[in-house]
Design a protein around this ligand. Structure first.
Ligand SMILES: Cc1cc2nc3c(=O)[nH]c(=O)nc-3n(C[C@H](O)[C@H](O)[C@H](O)COP(=O)(O)OP(=O)(O)OC[C@H]3O[C@@H](n4cnc5c(N)ncnc54)[C@H](O)[C@@H]3O)c2cc1C
Ligand code: SF4
Length: 512
């Protein structure tokens, strides 16, 4: 008997068991551009255009390979607006003996799917998502009995288990991690090889028009769309990165330069997360480039750690700690997002640059997300719920399984330290060291107090002071609290006063 197989927008991989085991003669693959998923947060226009176009290209790929595909376009009359209603509609128009889905990347959707069998009256099988190198069960088995879940130790296990960059039982080069070599800033005059830009074909142009017509009030710019939307083009992006930018990836991984959003990063998160590329092939490509002598170890290891370590770790972490991870609020932060998060209009040049680039590209690299926007969000006590929603909608690579651990665990410490060994907070001097933003800023990074002082400076010490009860026993914060204890009372009071003025301006949504 025939099965109806639902394929979601981030499941565009034909080796997924639900697709690979489909009977081409009798089963039907259902793909739908449904309103509920496109609008439950107001995703960046480029993110919607990217995913709808990638879905349409994938459906064509499946049809070219003789699968029966029922593709429901956003403006089709038959579009029922939600996944469940679309499936119900299919079951009324055609006879299917079962429904198959692949485990989704979001807890909300999984919990809903687990109820579908009761509603639909046919068996619903939730198939495995085999694209990751560690399953949620693998993660939970690793986490069992551990007091602290540190990515570094998970990553070492993954290196051993998958035999990546190993020399027998030892890491190649003798060290597991070469981050100490990966913290260089970049001169403004440094020429970075151009990132890959792909010209939109007719199918993508049609989707861009659709997004213009239906999602006009969503965040972000739609012009200059150049993402890959097929596996072939995503492979071009990956291979060009390996050949041209991976050699310098490690060295400049943390650097930020005004007007240069792409730098030496890979820009493959978009494709890994929707399934056009697999993590395994990205890891293998980097490892092979290292063995061929094309890239230094610090770059190959640094890049592989992001995928084999961080990406796998946050996915396991997400399923391990949901649903609590979404509502945790360790510091009880409640401030609403300031309006400049939506338009970049602030005198703080670092925030202006990172938000404007996000608005234009649906992309910002890791240190911009972490040490500028993330750092600001924690220091200004923004509500985790609002920050999570923002990060989920502004980036084209954002899905809850990967966004939430990074936001709740890494930048906001709202889980109380399950993910990060200490809060990722820093004063303006870190941003000044890693970027040229401070040169064109309305504030002065060298000033600690007063109207012209860099807000990160006083906000940082305000945070340290305010949370001493919760943080001073953390041995990774010991140096900071030692410095704090030596500071003059009047200096601390001055910074606390400036922080209070700044925070009250934010609450009133005044320009900062
Ligand atoms: C607050 C915050 C929110 C984030 N939200 C997302 C998100 O929604 N989706 C997402 O894919 N990544 C997210 N990240 C992680 C990281 O910033 C992006 O993966 C990266 O910037 C994507 O750009 P790239 O492909 O050029 O990555 P590169 O810098 O070239 O890194 C290579 C790959 O490593 C993986 N990776 C690196 N760091 C992480 C990480 N911390 N967690 C998971 N994977 C990682 C990604 O797959 C990435 O494509 C977030 C980080 C922070 C601090
Ligand atoms: S001075 Fe402060 S606010 Fe301005 S760019 Fe530098 S770090 Fe950002």
């Amino acid at each position: 008997m025939a099965a109806l197989i639902l394929v979601l927008g981030d499941q565009l991989t034909d080796t997924l068991p639900a697709i690979a085991h489909a009977s081409k003669g009798s089963d039907t693959i259902l793909m739908a551009e449904v309103r509920e998923e496109a609008t439950y947060v107001k995703h960046h226009k480029k993110k919607i255009a990217f995913l709808f176009s990638a879905m349409r290209h994938f459906a064509k790929h499946l049809k070219d390979h003789n699968y029966n595909v029922n593709y429901v376009h956003y403006d089709d009359e038959e579009n029922k607006g939600s996944l469940l209603e679309q499936i119900k509609h299919c079951l009324t128009t055609q006879k299917f003996s079962e429904v198959k889905v692949t485990t989704p990347g979001e807890y909300r959707l999984l919990k809903s799917m687990e109820q579908w069998e009761n509603v639909l009256g046919v068996p619903v099988t939730i198939c495995e998502d085999n694209r990751f190198l560690a399953s949620p069960d693998d993660f939970s088995a690793w986490a069992e009995g551990k007091k602290q879940l540190r990515m570094e130790f998970f990553y070492r296990e993954m290196r051993r288990k998958h035999s990546v960059l190993m020399d027998g039982k030892n890491p190649i080069g003798g060290k597991w991690n070469y981050d100490a070599q990966n913290r260089e800033s970049m001169r403004e005059t440094h020429k970075v090889p151009k990132h890959t830009e792909l010209k939109p074909d007719n199918m993508t142009q049609e989707v861009i028009e659709l997004v213009k017509n239906h999602f006009d009030e969503h965040f972000g710019a739609l012009d200059d769309f150049h993402f890959a939307v097929t596996r072939e083009d995503a492979l071009v992006v990956l291979n060009t990165f390996i050949d041209e930018r991976l050699p310098n990836f490690g060295q400049y991984q943390d650097a930020m330069v005004e007007g240069k959003p792409w730098l030496y990063h890979s820009h493959i998160g978009f494709y890994l997360n929707c399934g056009l590329l697999t993590p395994k092939e990205a890891i293998q490509a980097a490892e092979q480039a290292y063995h061929a002598g094309q890239v230094p170890l610090n770059s190959a290891e640094g890049f592989i750690r992001q995928i084999l370590g961080w990406r796998e770790y946050v996915r396991g972490f997400y399923w391990h700690f949901m649903p609590g991870l979404k509502t945790d609020n360790y510091f009880d932060n409640r401030r609403a997002l300031p309006s400049f998060f939506w338009n970049g209009q602030t005198n703080m040049n670092c925030m202006r640059q990172c938000i404007k680039e996000t608005q234009q590209n649906a992309y910002a690299h890791h240190i911009q997300r972490l040490m500028v926007i993330g750092n600001f969000s924690l220091l200004t006590e923004l509500s985790p719920e609002e920050v999570q929603a923002w990060y989920l909608l502004v980036y084209a690579d954002a899905y809850e399984w990967v966004e939430l651990p990074n936001v709740a665990g890494m930048i906001l410490y709202s889980d109380g330290g399950n993910l990060a060994s200490k809060p990722y907070v820093a004063s303006g001097s870190y941003i000044n060291k890693m970027s040229n933003y401070c040169k064109n800023c309305g504030y002065q990074v060298s000033k600690k107090t007063g109207p012209k002082a860099c807000p990160f400076n006083y906000l940082y010490w305000h945070f340290i002071d305010k949370h001493k009860e919760k943080l001073s026993n953390n041995h990774r914060m010991a140096m900071i609290y030692k410095t704090y204890s030596r500071m003059k009372e009047e200096n601390i009071e001055g910074m606390k006063k400036d922080a209070t003025i700044f925070l009250s301006k934010l609450t009133k949504n005044e320009e900062v």
